[in-house]
Design a binder for this molecule. Structure first.
Ligand SMILES: CC(C)(COP(=O)(O)OP(=O)(O)OC[C@H]1O[C@@H](n2cnc3c(N)ncnc32)[C@H](O)[C@@H]1OP(=O)(O)O)[C@@H](O)C(=O)NCCC(=O)NCCS
Length: 223
């Protein structure tokens, strides 16, 4: 950790924490679109559209234009999905961080700082899924600024959440991440989390094979 330190969220961290969380979500737009482009369903749809347009018009140019237009629509749709998720975060739990996380029993929000600069965030909250309530805490809002990655900061933030849950007698920590958040998946798997469930978060996600993965990690009894 060296010059970095993890501490509880303070009011003065508000803007920085919201920016780090929203940027950490938005950066997955290109990976999300690439995921769509690679899916066999997309290849099939583009091929059918190309052939149908060519069959009707006998114009290669028009067929390419229609396929290109569909790709633009796809890009806009993927961007809208991530933008909605950012809005949900900023207008939801991240709107009043103090109230959501600091004033609620067994919830918390941490930041990692270098000097006075906030460079990473993580939170613990009661899970929404009733099957986990009472026995698990949910890890959320894990995000590290790009310039400070690869230095073990997210591992340290995860340890803070795991110790917090352990001290309060919870049996496990759960979390959700998407199928295109590859670094996060490696992080959680390397920290002992196991994937226990996967679901499609919105109707078109099934077509795009875009999953939310649920991970859980059992924590030992406190000494
Ligand atoms: C995921 C994220 C938090 C990792 O932060 P970090 O501080 O760079 O991670 P660390 O340096 O602590 O690395 C911890 C482990 O994560 C995994 N990891 C981190 N970056 C990785 C990458 N680019 N590719 C693959 N694995 C990666 C590795 O397992 C690594 O352990 P190792 O160094 O022993 O191999 C960061 O990339 C991020 O903020 N991403 C955007 C927001 C996000 O997706 N958050 C997850 C929300 S569910």
């Amino acid at each position: 950790m060296g010059e970095y330190c993890i501490r509880s969220y303070e009011d003065g961290d508000y803007e920085a924490a919201r920016t780090i969380v929203s940027e950490g979500i938005t950066e997955h737009v290109p990976a999300g679109f690439w995921h769509v482009l690679r899916s066999p369903q997309t290849h099939g749809l583009l091929l059918v559209l190309f052939l149908a347009t060519y069959g009707i018009s006998s114009s290669f140019l028009l067929s390419f234009a229609v396929v290109s237009a569909l790709l633009v629509v796809g890009w806009v749709h993927v961007k809208a999905v991530w933008r909605d998720y950012v809005e949900e975060a900023l207008e939801g739990d991240m709107l009043d961080i103090q109230r959501t996380y600091l004033d609620t029993t067994d919830c918390h929000f941490w930041v990692v700082v270098r000097g006075r600069e906030v460079v990473g965030t993580v939170a613990a909250v009661h899970p929404r899924d009733p099957t986990f309530q009472g026995r698990a805490l949910e890890l959320k809002r894990m995000s590290v600024k790009k310039e400070h990655r690869g230095r073990g900061l997210s591992k340290a933030l995860m340890k803070a959440v795991l110790s917090f849950a352990q001290e309060r007698g919870y049996k496990e920590v759960v979390l959700g991440t998407s199928s295109v958040q590859y670094a996060a998946q490696r992080l959680y798997e390397n920290m002992g989390f196991q994937r226990v469930n996967a679901f499609f978060p919105f109707p078109s996600a099934k077509l795009l094979q875009f999953y939310i993965y649920i991970y859980r990690c059992e924590i030992p009894e406190p000494h």
